[in-house]
Design a binder for this molecule. Structure first.
Ligand code: FES
Ligand SMILES: [Fe+2]
Length: 422
C-alpha cells in the first residue's frame, strides 16, 4: 500500500513531473528498427506524454523529432522524407535529424538562411541496437552511457522485439513484470499445456509444483535480483532468478541455454504504456516463435495485442472454457494477454491506497521503495540511480535451475549444472 502522494509521485510522467524528469534520463526503446524504412513514412512515437516522429533518412540514418512542425504545427508524419531531413508538406520547411531547420523556402531569399537558423527544433539523440531504435530524452548535454544489455549486441536473426500496448500506467506494467507469484495461477493453463511443456520443459512442473515460493533478494547497482525458491518433491529445489534493471527492465528467468525473454515497461503517457517483449537467443538464430507458442496474436509486432479486447468485452474471457478447466478463461493466447487483461482491469492508474499486500508482494514493495528513493534523490540532488559507471549491463542474465536441497542458489553455477545433467 502507498499513500496517495507517493502513488502520484511514482506514476505521473508528463513534462514537469519529478518521475518524468528522472525517467527521461535513461535510454528507452522508441520503436522497432524494422518499422523505419529508409526514405519511408515517419513513424509516430508518443513517449512520456509527448508526441514525436521517428524516421530513417534515405541514406539509412535514423532521426527523432517533435511531431508538430516548428512552423505552425502540421504533423511531420506527413512530411517528405528527403536526403538530409524531413520536409513539412505544408510550407516546405526542412528539418535535419540533428534538430536544425535547414530550409525555410517561404522566407525572402536574402534572409532565408538566417531565419532558418533561428527556428527552434526539438530533436533527441538516438541509438539503434537489439532491433530497436532507442532515444535519450533527458536534460544532459551528453547522453548517459547506453545500457548495452546482452540482447543489444545480437544480430537481427537472434533478437526479435515485440511491442504491446496497455491502457494503464507504466508502473502497473512494471509491477506485473516483477511479480513471480502470479505465474503458477494466472498462467497455470499455459504452463500445464503441451505447448507449455514443450516451451518451458521441466520448468512448468516446477512452477506448478509449489505456488508459494520463498523470495530472496540481492541488491544490485542496477536494481536487484530476486531468487524465487520453490521446494519440490524428492529433495529438489528450484530457483527462478529474476534480474531487475530499474527503472524499466525485468529479465525473465529461463533455462541456462536457449531462447529467453526480457521485458520492459515504457511510458507512452500517464495512462498508456508500451510493454516490450524482447525475445533473444545469444547462442544462435531464434528458431521458435514465442509469440505464437500459446495461440494467436494480432500479427503486428508494433502492437502485438491489438486484438486483445478490453473492459467492454471482458478481454474476451470465456466462462465456458473456465468451467471446463481453463484457469483464466483467456483462451488460445499467450501469457502476455493474461497479464495485460489483469493490469488493465485495475484501472488506468491503480489506487495503491486500497491494496492489502502479502508476503508474495515483497518484490513489489522493494521496487516501489527503490523507485521512490531514486525519484526523490534525482529531484533533490540531480543524482541518477541505477546508472553507475561500472555496471556491466551485458552480464545481466536471468536463469532458472533446479538444485539439490541444502545448497545456496547464489553459489550454484546453472550452466555447469546443465552440462552435468547432459
Ligand atoms: S507548418 Fe510546417 S512548414 Fe508550415
Ligand atoms: Fe505474467
Amino acid at each position: 500500500m502507498l499513500n496517495q502522494a507517493d502513488n502520484e509521485l511514482l506514476t505521473r510522467v508528463g513534462p514537469g513531473t519529478a518521475m518524468g524528469a528522472m525517467l527521461r534520463e535513461y535510454w528507452v526503446p522508441a520503436c522497432r528498427s524494422a518499422a523505419l524504412e529508409a526514405g519511408g513514412a515517419p513513424e509516430k512515437v508518443r513517449l512520456f506524454g509527448e508526441d514525436f516522429v521517428a524516421f530513417r533518412s534515405p541514406d539509412g540514418t535514423p532521426g527523432f523529432l517533435q511531431e508538430a512542425c516548428p512552423h505552425r504545427c502540421a504533423s511531420l508524419r506527413l512530411a517528405r522524407n528527403e536526403e538530409g531531413g524531413l520536409r513539412c508538406i505544408f510550407h516546405g520547411w526542412k528539418f535535419s535529424a540533428a534538430g536544425k531547420c535547414i530550409d525555410a523556402p517561404t522566407e525572402p531569399r536574402g534572409q532565408r538562411e538566417k531565419f532558418a537558423e533561428s527556428v527552434p527544433v526539438r530533436s533527441h539523440p538516438v541509438h539503434e541496437a537489439g532491433g530497436m531504435l532507442w532515444v535519450y530524452m533527458g536534460a544532459r548535454e551528453t547522453p548517459p552511457r547506453f545500457p548495452a544489455y546482452e540482447f543489444t549486441a545480437l544480430g537481427d536473426d537472434q533478437v526479435q522485439p515485440y511491442r504491446g500496448v496497455i491502457r494503464t500506467n507504466w508502473l502497473q506494467g512494471l509491477e506485473a513484470l516483477l511479480d513471480s507469484a502470479h505465474v503458477t495461477f494466472l498462467h497455470a493453463t499455459n504452463l500445464g499445456s503441451d505447448d507449455g511443456r514443450e516451451y518451458f520443459k521441466d520448468e512448468s512442473d516446477y512452477m506448478l509444483g509449489d505456488g508459494a515460493p520463498v523470495f530472496e533478494f540481492d541488491e544490485r547497482p542496477y536494481g536487484f535480483r530476486e531468487g524465487a525458491i520453490r521446494q519440490e518433491l524428492g529433495g529438489v529445489h528450484y530457483a527462478r532468478v529474476r534480474e531487475v534493471a530499474l527503472p524499466f527492465f525485468s529479465f525473465i528467468p529461463a533455462a541456462p541455454h536457449g531462447a529467453r525473454v526480457t521485458c520492459c515497461s515504457i511510458p507512452i503517457d500517464d495512462v498508456t504504456t508500451a510493454q516490450w517483449y524482447i525475445l533473444y537467443d545469444t547462442e544462435g538464430p531464434l528458431t521458435r516463435d514465442l509469440m505464437s507458442a500459446f495461440g494467436t496474436w494480432s500479427g503486428n509486432p508494433d502492437h502485438f495485442n491489438a486484438d486483445m479486447g478490453g473492459p467492454e468485452n471482458q478481454w474476451h474471457q470465456d466462462r465456458a472454457a473456465m468451467k471446463a478447466g481453463h484457469w483464466s478463461g483467456i483462451v488460445n493466447r499467450g501469457n502476455a494477454y493474461e497479464d495485460f487483461a489483469v493490469q488493465e482491469s485495475m484501472g488506468p492508474i491503480v489506487d495503491r491506497t486500497r491494496e492489502y499486500l502479502g508476503t508474495c508482494d515483497r518484490v513489489i514493495y522493494r521496487a516501489r521503495r527503490l523507485l521512490l528513493d531514486a525519484v526523490r534523490r534525482h529531484r533533490d540532488t540531480g543524482e541518477l540511480a541505477f546508472a553507475a559507471e561500472d555496471i556491466d549491463f551485458a552480464a545481466i542474465r536471468a536463469v532458472s535451475f533446479a538444485f539439490p536441497e541444502g545448497a545456496d542458489w547464489r553459489e550454484v553455477d546453472p550452466a555447469a549444472l546443465a552440462e552435468a545433467a547432459e
